[in-house]
Design a binder for this molecule. Structure first.
Ligand code: ATP
Length: 436
């Protein structure tokens, strides 16, 4: 059973070193999180799984890594300065602040129950502004990007020229984005600093609808392929009044969070809005000349935009399970091996010096290939439980017989089944099982 309560994941993440409240020794920094030894590995695995599917296994997508800070011109052209905002209301009674579009009842305050106590909705721009250089003078303002997408649009001509791709082709990016969210919350679901994985896929205008359908399905399939049960996912098309300023149609991949269905990823048809805007504002030509047809056109864009942190939350929630092994309840994260922080834990049966050299040798060999853990303290049963709880798919146990027969035991997380294999065959055996 997946986690039914967000606290199951929040507690596990704190206890085992996935996620810590940021600046905790100073009382915490509201709705900010730091990723610990296991969380940082898992984030990396989410990113790599995305890059593997979206870039590595395709010949029509290239990766870039653009600047986080940008000049106002970029965000004037993109429309973010004028319209990247959320409607904000305050309750005059309890002073609590809400996103108007998130309120189910616009009359009654969900916090204090007061009736008709909301202020008029005001538009609140979500961009973080700062200044560059030593003087806080006018003209020195710069913005932290609220999405990675603009990096792809402003580099469209550079990438087109250097990569020699032609539509349909995509530019992908993974990196941090910043939004001054009015109501951050639900752990790492909504924070002010987060990481995105975005693809801008450029197509001939008439091919837009077809590629939109394609990407909606492909992105849903990606989450299923990494272990989220299909019944916890759905595609939901936005109503016309929900659409962003640039969108001709958007669908969300939604996940069944403990608090209900919510966005996991958005797939938007951005049309030629961004390239046209940047061409107009920069004076540069941002289009494509099709030599075969002799036609020049501004490509349409389909954008699958996902969140690394939000995806990690969904993978953790879906993978969480409790079962009974040897009359004992255990917590187990049934993570896909590609997402698990450690792929293998090497566990010498005892701390005795005689086992250490072989165990260390096994560890060194496997660590060339996988992120591995090495743990020699406490009873072996407790060490298995620790690894189950952090999702390690395999434990390799080195015992006293290993010194004579040159074999070790592989123990599988999901079934707890054990098999004995010669040390020489270990790496091959794990590779066959991992599929990675
Ligand atoms: P929401 O409606 O939840 O505010 P959005 O529609 O503004 O999200 P997009 O602009 O489509 O989000 O961003 C694409 C993806 O980036 C989201 O699906 C989500 O995974 C991630 N994301 C966006 N905002 C945040 C945030 N504040 N914290 C964590 N992840 C976020």
């Amino acid at each position: 059973m997946p986690a039914s309560d967000l606290d199951q994941i929040v507690n596990l993440c704190k206890r085992r070193g996935f996620v810590f409240p940021s600046a905790e020794i100073y009382g915490g920094f509201r709705s900010s999180y730091d990723y610990g030894p296991l969380g940082s590995l898992m984030l990396r695995n989410v990113r790599e799984a995305w890059i593997s599917t979206m870039v590595q296994q395709r010949d029509d997508v290239v990766l870039i890594d653009a600047a986080v800070l940008g000049p106002p011109q970029v965000f004037e052209a993109s429309g973010h300065l004028s319209s990247f905002s959320d409607p904000l209301v305050d309750c005059k009674e309890c002073k609590q602040r809400f996103r108007d579009d998130h309120l189910e009842d616009h009359e009654v305050c969900p916090n204090c129950g007061a009736k008709g106590s909301f202020t008029e909705a005001r538009e609140f721009n979500l961009m973080f502004k700062t200044t560059a250089g030593p003087v806080e003078a006018q003209g020195a303002e710069v913005y932290l990007r609220p999405e990675t997408a603009q990096g792809m649009f402003v580099n469209f001509a550079n990438v087109l020229q250097t990569s020699r791709k032609k539509p349909p082709f995509g530019i992908a990016q993974v990196g941090k984005s910043f939004r001054n969210e009015i109501t951050p919350g639900n752990f790492i679901f909504r924070t002010r600093e987060f990481e995105q994985m975005e693809l801008e896929y450029f197509v001939p205008p008439e091919a837009g609808p077809r590629w939109y359908e394609y990407w909606c399905q492909a992105r849903l399939d990606w989450y299923v392929g990494l272990g989220i049960p299909p019944e916890m996912l759905r595609l939901r098309a936005h109503d016309a009044d929900e659409l962003s300023h640039y969108s001709a149609g958007t669908s969300d991949v939604e996940f069944l969070y403990p608090w209900g269905w919510g966005e996991l990823e958005g797939i938007a048809q951005r049309t030629d809005f961004d390239l046209t805007q940047h061409a107009k504002h920069s004076g540069e030509r941002l289009d494509y000349f099709d030599q075969a047809s002799g036609e020049r056109y501004v490509p349409y864009v389909i954008e699958p935009a996902a969140g690394v942190n939000r995806a990690m939350a969904a993978f953790l929630l879906a993978a969480y399970d409790e079962d009974v092994v040897n009359d004992e309840t255990r917590t187990v994260l049934r993570l896909d091996p590609r997402l698990a922080p450690y792929k293998v834990a090497v566990l010498p049966l005892s701390k005795k010096d005689t086992l250490t050299p072989l165990a260390k040798q096994v560890y060194a060999t496997l660590a060339e290939r996988y992120m591995c853990d090495y743990d020699e303290t406490q009873a072996i049963g407790r060490r298995y439980r620790r690894q189950d709880e952090i999702g390690t798919p395999y434990c390799v146990t080195v015992d006293f017989d290993s010194l004579d027969d040159g074999a070790v035991t592989i123990r599988e997380r999901d079934t707890t089944a054990q098999v004995r294999v010669p040390v020489d065959a270990l790496a091959g055996e794990l590779a066959a099982r991992h599929g990675c």
